[in-house]
Design a protein around this ligand. Structure first.
Ligand code: ATP
Ligand code: MG
Length: 549
């Protein structure tokens, strides 16, 4: 029993191993994405489950591309999916397959069904098929083509494959039961004609197998011992079993369903994600506001945070929507001890220390107060510095611990300063503070006896590095977006761009993720070339204000 054997799927696998029902096979699972978009955090749940259980029980996992619809699929998505799965820390070396690898075998199985009178070529239009399918309360009507003889069916199916017919002219259907209470069993379509170039098989095929026919056969051919899928496939299970029971294949995996991940303040349907990208609401699939793994990665989220999130949500059969707070909690927890803490000023306000004569003084501060392994760095100090604009208040609210006229504050790892003069422009906006410092108050060797209430961060005005700060927030302002018009639910403040400064050691660091005091966790943007851009991964505390509008 592994320590993780606490959900119903792991319990089931454990039981299968204990009772030796796998015929000596290792545990074999698969993750079967359709390459018609980028992976999102919901997929991560399935990836962590499929790859996770196989790893825990010493088996292996196929990454199988479910590429049966050439109109929507693309090699770009195939590559992106592979990158994301590897990024999560899973290996599919030697186990990358594609449904299209099996097209010839699938065709043979379909011919077998036709020969046995279990499938027929139906010449109704798509519209007519839908109309005769019936409803949950009414049985369907049999197709007039249902009685076609085997020879005619074989001939037509061969000619479908040969490209004699246009799209939609015929389909191959299973002959099951038009009165079945399960709509999926009412003579489902197995093959359709599609004159389209496939990203792997090019123009070899003009007929393409449907998911329900393809998926179970691929599972059987690959010897999948546990075919784990989401709950919406529960109603498809009888068809999964019917196909495998009616073809000549000697392996029949069990399909086991678990609940999909839903997450507040975002959408996960690929259709909606496509809309966000194509209509320009975001900058692309890897926009840091997207729930895609590419977006989360670019935002600065680590694979470890995602794994922890998936562990915490667990695997059940209850559909539920997880709070965004939980994901943010996991992100913070992961970065809290691992991200170096640097000084980054998001909204700079200049200060001049009038009594500071020296320049080129280098102060030293640890990268992290607790995680000493991260070491220390040098901080150039000088007469002209930047502080965070809202670390100063001309009229301080009660209990304000930062800088205000006549008050003192400590500059982190540096000196205590006092604000002596506030300089404003013609609009009354504060443009500079003139301060004095206390030479005997240097951090680490403070003999001043002064006790300022607060500590603030800062950056050297000339020696810091200018950086664009992208302050990301939730993409949607409502917990369940997409019920009406997607655009109406967008959070207008999901991105604010600020021009800030970071201390030179941050700019030069090998690290990409930092905690900037008070302003949040940030990550160097990997897509900005030589320009220094920081994406805010998450704020330091949960500061989300529910929508009141
Ligand atoms: P959509 O329905 O939006 O088109 P999909 O779920 O069909 O997306 P696939 O590429 O077919 O996308 O998904 C691959 C695998 O990931 C499937 O096994 C599916 O069950 C699983 N999966 C997709 N979304 C989620 C989710 N939100 N939670 C858990 N598993 C998911
Ligand atoms: Mg799918």
């Amino acid at each position: 029993m592994t320590e993780e054997a606490n959900d119903f799927i792991r319990q089931r696998i454990q039981r299968d191993l204990d009772e030796d029902t796998l015929g000596g096979s290792l545990v074999v699972t698969r993750f079967p994405p359709e390459p018609n978009g980028y992976l999102h955090i919901g997929h991560a749940k399935s990836i962590c489950l499929n790859f996770g259980v196989a790893r825990e029980y010493g088996g292996y996992t196929y990454l199988r591309f479910d590429d049966t619809n050439p109109l929507k699929e693309d090699q770009e998505y195939v590559e992106a999916i592979k990158e994301d799965v590897r990024w999560l820390g899973f290996d599919f070396e030697g186990h990358e397959t594609h449904a299209s690898d099996y097209f010839e075998q699938l065709y043979k199985f379909a011919v077998e069904l036709v020969e046995e009178g279990k499938a027929y070529v139906c010449s109704l239009s798509g519209e007519e098929i839908r109309a005769s399918r019936g409803t949950l309360t009414e049985p369907g009507r049999e197709s007039p083509y249902r009685k076609r003889g085997v020879a005619e069916n074989l001939d037509l199916f061969a000619r479908m494959r040969a490209g004699e017919f246009g799209d939609g002219r015929h389909v191959l259907r299973a002959k099951i039961d038009m009165t079945s209470p399960n709509l999926n069993m009412r003579d489902p379509v197995l093959y359709r004609i599609r004159h389209a170039t496939h990203q792997r098989t090019a123009d070899d095929w003009v007929i393409y197998p449907m998911y329900d026919f393809t998926h179970c056969i691929c599972d059987a051919l690959e010897g999948i011992t546990h075919s784990l899928c989401t709950l919406e496939f529960e109603d498809h299970r009888p068809l999964y079993d019917w196909v495998l029971d009616n073809i000549n294949v000697n392996f029949h995996p069990p399909q086991i369903e678990f609940s999909r991940l839903g997450l507040e303040y975002t959408v996960m349907s690929k259709r909606l994600l496509h809309t966000l990208v194509e209509d320009g609401y975001v900058a692309g699939w890897d926009d840091p506001r997207m729930p895609t793994l590419a977006g989360l990665r670019r935002r600065g989220v680590t694979p470890g945070a995602i794994a922890e999130f998936c562990r915490r949500i667990g695997v059940t059969k209850q559909d539920n929507t997880v709070e965004m707070n939980l994901l943010e909690f996991c992100i913070r927890q992961d970065l809290e001890s691992n991200a170096p803490r640097g000084m980054g000023v998001v909204d700079p306000l200049k200060i001049t220390i009038v009594n500071y004569a020296g320049d080129g003084e280098l102060l030293v501060g640890p990268w992290h107060q607790q995680n000493v392994d991260l070491g220390t760095r040098e901080l150039p100090f000088g007469a002209e510095l930047y502080i965070e604009r809202d670390d100063f208040a001309e009229v301080p609210p009660k209990k304000f611990k930062r800088l205000s006229p006549g008050q003192m504050v400590r500059l982190r790892y540096a000196y205590i300063i006092r604000c002596d003069e506030v300089i404003t422009d013609e609009d009354g906006e504060v443009v500079e503070l003139r301060c004095s410092y206390f030479p005997d108050s240097r951090s680490g060797s403070d003999t001043s006896g002064l006790k300022p209430k607060g500590v603030i961060h800062w950056a050297h005005a000339q020696r810091s590095v200018a950086a664009e700060m992208r302050l990301y927030d939730r993409l949607f302002r409502v917990p369940q977006p997409g019920a009406g018009t997607l655009a109406d639910d967008l959070n207008p403040d999901s991105l604010r761009v600020a021009r800030g400064f970071v201390e030179p050691a941050v700019a030069a660091s090998e690290h990409s993720r930092f905690q900037f005091e008070r302003t949040g966790y940030f990550c160097k943007d990997a897509q900005s070339g030589d320009a220094l851009v920081f994406n805010r991964t998450v704020t330091l505390r949960d500061s989300w204000k529910p929508d009141r509008g």
